[in-house]
Design a binder for this molecule. Structure first.
Ligand code: KG4
Ligand code: ZN
Length: 349
């Protein structure tokens, strides 16, 4: 089966062509990503109207590049299914991808399936070259961390997801972005903070890990961000110059506090729900310290662990094509362009 995946939920215009062979082998034939992140950087976050305009401007070029790289000459003859992100995300951005996908599905008479972007992130683990699909055992505990989400999701089977914990306020990626802005680092903040933290001493300015001792599996990041804000304010009040070393020390302390609660709660939830594996995913799964620490913690617990290859941690359409395949396997009857609508607030329950 050949699937064309389309993603426009945030600030990446992405289109991919994916093959699933009869023996279930997954081949990513093309995975084109046109990022607008530099355009939003000067505003310190994604501007919906600008995102929508850029998607509309670029999507045709991205399709042409994805088809060319995959060697697809004729969508009608060579593509079996079209999959498009229908939520969660920014309405004006989602609608561009959906309209484009509907037009293709109508033109070429193809089934069209709406894909949950967050399920896409979870399925990005299946795209790893070394991933052995036959050895997958459920339930899998997923730590899903991105710019808009911080969630623990128990996956009991393909297409069976249960939310067991989530952030009560800011998402962890959002906290990285906000603290990066306080430190004057730029956007997106996650990669910049983690790079700076490598030179820092995390013990110099200890910051709190909110909710780390709470019995539930929820998270909170607004208090940590405020603690970083007050720390900076107090340092400025003492007329200490905020040099690169102080910034690196704060970055290291913030990163430690932000990740520690993720790791501890993931391990506790894995034990409580008798998870057969722990999977990491979402944009923040690019964080090298998180990858290293969660892997080590899962290994210590004796539970198989998976994280997406770095090529698939951020938003991409290969994961959307794959999630579309699983959604279509579960329910092909509703995969019609006529009835698909966006769901900006789509979530797990
Ligand atoms: O999944 P994603 O690309 O977009 C959303 O669906 O939100 O995630 C983007 C988020 C941003 O907040 C970004 O700062 C964060 O992922 N991020 C990181 C790292 N790389 C990206 N956070 C921490 N460390 C990183 N290395
Ligand atoms: Zn995402």
């Amino acid at each position: 089966m050949t699937i064309l995946g389309i993603e426009t939920s945030c600030d990446e215009t992405a289109i991919a062509v994916l093959d699933i062979a009869d023996d279930q082998t997954i081949t990513v034939r093309s995975n084109i990503i046109s990022s607008q992140v530099h355009l939003h950087a000067e505003f310190g976050g994604v501007v919906p109207s600008l995102a929508a305009r850029e998607h509309a401007k670029n999507i045709n070029r991205v399709l042409e590049a994805a088809l060319k790289e995959a060697g697809v000459l004729d969508i009608e003859k060579e593509v079996d299914l079209i999959a498009v992100t229908y939520g969660p995300g920014l309405g004006p951005a989602l609608i561009v991808g959906i309209a484009f996908a509907k037009s293709l599905a109508m033109l070429h008479d193809k089934p069209l399936v709406g894909v949950d972007h967050m399920r896409g992130h979870i399925y990005s683990n299946w795209l790893n070259k070394s991933f052995d699909r036959k050895s997958v055992k459920f339930p899998i505990l997923n730590l899903l961390v991105s710019g808009g989400h911080t969630e623990l999701i128990l996956m009991t089977d393909y297409e069976e997801f249960k939310l067991i914990g989530e952030t009560q306020d800011d998402a962890v990626g959002e906290a990285f972005d906000k603290v990066a802005r306080l430190l004057g680092l730029g956007y997106p903040g996650g990669p910049l903070i983690s790079k700076l933290a490598e030179q820092g001493n995390l013990e110099r300015f200890p910051l709190p890990s909110p909710m780390i001792n709470s019995k539930n599996f929820d998270f909170s990041y607004s208090g940590l961000k405020t603690a970083a804000l007050y720390l900076l304010r107090d340092l400025k009040a003492t007329n200490i110059e905020l040099d690169d070393q102080i910034k690196a020390d704060i970055a290291a302390s913030f990163q430690h506090a932000a990740l520690e609660v993720l790791i501890q709660k993931t391990i506790r939830a894995a034990q409580e729900y008798n998870a057969q594996a722990i999977f990491l995913s979402g944009g923040v799964s690019a964080n090298s310290l998180l990858r290293k620490k969660l892997h080590a913690a899962a290994t210590e617990l004796g539970i198989p662990y998976s994280q997406p290859d770095l090529a698939y941690t951020g938003d991409n359409a290969a994961m959307i094509a794959l999630a579309g395949y699983f959604a279509y396997q579960k329910n092909s009857a509703t995969a019609q362009w006529q009835t698909l609508d966006m769901k900006p607030n789509l979530g797990f329950n």
